[in-house]
Design a protein. Sequence first.
Length: 152
Amino acid sequence: MKCPFCGEDNTRVIDSRPADDNASIRRRRECDECGRRFTTYEKVETIPLIVIKKDKNREPYDRSKIESGVLKSCHKRPVSVDQIEKSVDRIETKVFNLEEREVESTVIGEIVMDELIRLDQVAYVRFASVYREFKDVNTFMSEIKKLLTSDE
């Protein structure tokens, strides 16, 4: 690691510990040449994920879009912020475990729906009504019937 102060290559690690997010390592280093100390962070490099939208446009994966959809679906429902956060974590894990560089938004949508049906059925129906673009009450009722028959 190159020293940011003098540019020398000879630095050594004097302390390592998990960073606040527990997803990276914080390292304190000291330059053998100038003696100054600095901090570096080491994080696992992930492959950037591209989402293929319904209109075939591509955009970078954005966790906040999933969070927003789940939050809106759970609005005024007895679902805690902690439950929502854990659900979004599980959704994200499933998406990244696909190990694809490009994932269709429909695949992500189905993963979200699978998670929401376990979290809260009303939130599931809310999300489904937007995601599946319900055109009328009959479509809405058929989705609710699926829910009722899956509970039996």
